[in-house]
Design a protein around this ligand. Structure first.
Ligand SMILES: N[C@@H](CCC(=O)N[C@@H](CS)C(=O)NCC(=O)O)C(=O)O
Length: 278
């Protein structure tokens, strides 16, 4: 992998890298914040999956996570939200909720998507293997995300409880098989058999397998996508019916934006630190 930028931030380093991904079959960029502690020892990491239309830069520039990350000695890993490049399939209408910037963090099975859209395997395996081999980052991982990325964090964390210490999400798409964003993406990437969709639906995963990891969700009640796309009550019900627990915090007046994320990122990082540094 090749470093493309470095910027000092709160005593740590904000870095950007480029690499050829075998899993995604294209060149990818990702951002990493290394806290000051990483100069002396390997540190644990929070992986943050962003939402529709984002790249690795939205969270890095708008969430204001670095001050607390350096205090806690935690690295922040921010991948891109889809494969990229001239030969990577995109939605023909240029829709913001499909194709580039809208991978839904799954392994596509349909043409023309399947040759590049394998983000589930990229996030679970290829990216951490690369990062842990090349950077002062250990294998203690937490996973977080926003909206489509909140869905990705929940699904990836719930399905890989041996690989993560804890899961959090801002405004996640909790039940994608039951909302327009999810139905459109899953039909396109996975085909018409709805049974195949359930493996990428957090509510369905909890219902069928339960859940064991600590989970924290933050959701703004003035979010325009709340009722049609996000459905936090479905997640609350699923969590309440199983043993593992988890909390869904509802916040009056907050919307879907990075103003909301920046207001609660400190709480989410402190939540993860309890498990990452235990
Ligand atoms: N109304 C937006 C929907 C997409 C959206 O709200 N994206 C969220 C994630 S689902 C986001 O983080 N956008 C980028 C940003 O706010 O920096 C659009 O049409 O572009």
């Amino acid at each position: 992998m090749k470093q493309v930028s470095e910027t000092r931030c709160f005593g740590g380093r904000q870095l950007r890298f480029k690499h050829d991904s075998e899993v995604l079959n294209c060149t990818m960029q990702f951002s990493v914040f290394l806290p000051l502690r990483a100069e002396k020892a390997k540190v644990p990491a929070v992986y943050f999956l962003s939402g529709l239309t984002c790249t690795d830069e939205n969270f890095s520039t708008k969430a204001g996570a670095q001050r607390v990350a350096t205090e806690l000695g935690i690295a922040l890993i921010v991948p891109d939200t889809s494969p990229r490049g001239d030969d990577v399939a995109d939605d023909l209408d240029g829709a913001y909720d499909l194709g580039l910037g809208a991978s839904f963090y799954l392994n596509a099975t349909q043409d023309p998507w399947k040759s590049h859209y394998q983000m589930y395997d990229y996030i679970v395996k290829e990216l951490p293997e690369l990062i842990e081999a090349e950077l002062p980052i250990n294998d203690k991982r937490a996973i977080a995300g926003h909206s489509m990325g909140g869905h990705g964090a929940l699904v990836i964390g719930l399905r890989n409880s041996d690989r993560y210490t804890s899961i959090s999400a801002f405004s996640p798409v909790t039940n994608p098989t039951q909302c327009p964003w999810g139905e459109k993406a899953f039909r396109t990437y996975l085909g018409d058999v709805r049974e195949q969709w359930k493996q990428y639906d957090a509510v369905e995963i909890i219902k069928s397998k339960g859940q064991t990891l600590p989970v924290r969700v933050d959701q703004g009640l003035a979010d325009v996508f709340l009722e049609e796309q996000l459905k936090p009550e479905n997640l609350k019900e699923a969590i309440a019916a199983v043993k593992g627990g988890g909390t869904v915090h509802l916040h009056d007046g907050y919307d879907h934006s990075y103003y909301f994320i920046s207001s609660f990122i400190e709480a989410q990082l402190r939540f993860h630190a309890k498990y990452l540094t235990a």
